[in-house]
Design a protein around this ligand. Structure first.
Ligand SMILES: [Zn+2]
Length: 407
């Protein structure tokens, strides 16, 4: 398994100069690789591969002396990034989502990290040693277990970090007996809804920070272009952005930890399934970036703990009655609550969706994962009372949440 460790770096002024220079050279290389691909395609009708660009780079290094001031893997990684940008572009093009967005040139300052992909780095006596750069002071707040695979140096506004991706062997005992299971779904007004009737909102401090950010952005837009005050305001806005992002990560880490600690199986909608986006509303899509991160936190924590995380077909999760299976033909987004005409259950829209996610997960486990057994409480007959798994197991989060009884 791969784990990432992130540590703060304290480079000297001279090292910062060199690092900034390296970032900029890599940025220029990145842009010229994009330009080469464009030109080659226009001239020959064929694309350039990463291997082609690799050969060009080898030639360039003979003529352009400053390229030798950077570790060869760091340069090669730039080519990987170009390739990745192109692959993503073609994927978007294929999925016919309309705007594919051609890979873009990076402006000054927009290339913010470099990667040593195999070697050229080591940690010695609490310091990071980098080829072509020297040793940098590092605040290593935890021990590293495993083998360091890659080393990424990142600039975040005015601070420097190292992200080490570390491979480690851990024997994971898969927990195949599922007693406690839960379906989750992104709420329209809340952050997440659970199949056990609970709803968790974005924490108040986060909402407050976001409001403050809007104010700061407004202040920034009022500043004269090119003025020093504007530059200062810009830094302040980006720092604030960073702070919010950290707050959000912290909140999501805690919540995903509680979920994985308390449940054997967790289900969520598979948002990569195409054409399901139809009834996907605006508020939800705004939330999507944060939601994707949350899902990834759950997925890796579950994997580490040997628990099951499953993605299910999202089609019509909010329209099907999770009790009797009645399919509500039409439901606008404004409908928050509805009554099933067949079984007369009053549904909270989002909770019902989460219940359907839970149910679909159980169906999928039965069909596709014979090695798993559903414990007594996990049997199909008992899905209705799956709501009985009250979220008392997530006590400290209840301050930020409100429980909604759907029926
Ligand atoms: Zn019903």
């Amino acid at each position: 398994m791969i784990k990432t460790y992130k540590f703060r770096l304290y480079p000297t002024r001279k090292q910062i100069e060199k690092l900034d220079w390296m970032l900029d050279i890599c940025r220029i290389l990145y842009n010229s690789c994009l330009a080469d691909r464009n030109r080659h395609y226009k001239e020959t009708g064929k694309g350039l591969s990463r291997m082609d660009q690799q050969k060009i780079l080898v030639q360039d290094k003979k003529n352009i002396t400053y390229l030798t001031g950077i570790h060869s893997q760091v340069l090669q990684d730039v080519l990987f990034r170009v390739e990745k940008a192109y692959k993503a572009f073609f994927r978007r093009l294929k999925s016919k989502d309309g705007k594919a967005g051609y890979p873009r040139f990076k402006n000054y300052g927009r290339y913010d990290s470099i990667t040593y992909t195999q070697s050229g780095f080591s940690i010695i006596d609490g310091k990071l040693k980098l080829s072509k750069l020297g040793t940098i002071k590092l605040k290593q707040h935890r021990n590293i277990n495993g083998i360091i695979k890659t080393c990424n140096i990142k600039k975040e506004i005015d601070k420097w970090y190292v992200c080490l991706s570390v491979e480690y062997n851990k024997v994971i005992q898969k927990q195949t007996n599922i007693n406690k299971h839960i379906g989750i779904d992104a709420g329209i007004k809340s952050f997440v809804c659970f199949s056990n009737d609970n709803i968790i909102n974005n924490p108040k401090y986060l909402i407050k920070s976001e409001e403050e950010l809007i104010k700061k952005q407004r202040r920034l837009s009022n500043k004269k272009k090119g003025s020093n005050n504007r530059k200062k305001a810009k830094v302040s806005v980006s720092k604030f952005h960073k702070r919010i992002s950290n707050q959000r990560k912290d909140f999501q880490h805690k919540l995903s930890r509680k979920l994985v600690d308390n449940y054997d199986a967790i289900g969520a909608e598979d948002l990569s399934i195409k054409n399901m986006v139809k009834n996907h509303n605006l508020a939800k899509s705004i939330n999507d970036a944060g939601w994707g991160q949350f899902i990834s936190y759950i997925a890796y924590k579950a994997e580490e703990a040997g628990k099951l995380f499953m993605k299910v077909n999202p089609k019509g999760t909010s329209k099907d009655c999770h009790i009797c299976g009645y399919n509500c033909p039409d439901m606008t987004l404004s409908i928050r609550q509805w009554t099933c005409p067949v079984c007369h259950t009053v549904h909270n829209r989002d909770i019902n969706a989460a219940c359907n996610v839970d149910r679909r997960m159980l169906e999928k486990i039965r069909q596709e994962l014979p090695e798993y057994t559903l414990g007594e409480t996990g049997s199909m007959d008992d899905i209705i009372s799956s709501n009985a798994y009250a979220l008392k197991s997530i006590p400290s989060l209840n301050q930020e949440s409100s429980s909604v009884r759907a029926r």
